[in-house]
Design a protein around this ligand. Structure first.
Ligand SMILES: CC(C)(COP(=O)(O)OP(=O)(O)OC[C@H]1O[C@@H](n2cnc3c(N)ncnc32)[C@H](O)[C@@H]1OP(=O)(O)O)[C@@H](O)C(=O)NCCC(=O)NCCS
Length: 159
């Protein structure tokens, strides 16, 4: 398995991979993935398996409003490849890039009931940011992404 920046040649495959992430991830459009591959590839790594298929992908972006922040939008591992360290390797790649920029924080959100994601973020050193309510033992920020769009927020502070 290798981790490599998203290239335009892979965007169809990445879109199909993301389609497998429902109900927690929904594929974005080919135009969106073209944008990520063309303007943000260094924080949008894909994991390519030995058979040259895409086994996982992360879409993340450095904030222009607060350049100390990198926001991780989607983390997806193909169901056949889970629990083999792919999300770990992909997020480590984003972290390494953020380190070279001197960023201070990676952060992401997930749905309050996404227990696999919660377990992963905690195992990978992220902290569940205290919110204003608790759902299934997960701290949640109400309306984080707009009215009724409550999210569990996680962050990893960079040294
Ligand atoms: C969450 C997700 C990305 C994890 O990907 P992964 O490649 O399987 O994760 P890793 O193998 O790198 O796991 C890293 C650690 O997280 C923890 N972890 C991962 N999946 C877990 C699970 N299902 N249950 C408990 N702990 C889990 C483990 O501690 C694991 O380390 P270990 O296997 O050495 O014990 C994957 O389950 C997925 O794609 N889910 C569907 C899409 C999704 O919900 N994405 C997040 C939306 S924000």
């Amino acid at each position: 398995m290798i981790v490599t920046p998203l290239q335009p040649e892979r965007i169809g495959e990445v879109l199909h991979l993301m389609e497998l992430g429902e109900p927690y991830i929904f594929a974005r459009t080919l135009s969106d993935y073209w944008l990520y591959a063309t303007l943000f590839s260094s924080t949008c790594p894909v994991a390519v398996a030995d058979d040259d298929t895409v086994a996982g992908a992360v879409m993340a972006f450095r904030s222009q409003d607060d350049p100390a922040d990198v926001y991780v939008q989607d983390v997806m591992t193909h169901p056949r490849h889970r629990r083999r360290g792919i999300a770990r390797a992909l997020l480590e790649s984003v972290r390494a890039r953020a380190d070279t920029w001197g960023c201070r924080r990676l952060y992401l959100t997930s749905e309050p009931d996404n227990q696999e994601a919660h377990a992963s973020w905690i195992a990978l050193g992220f902290v569940n940011v205290p919110g204003d309510r608790e759902i299934h033992g997960v701290s949640v920020v109400s309306d984080f992404k707009g009215l009724g769009r409550h999210r569990a927020v996680y962050q990893l502070t960079l040294d």
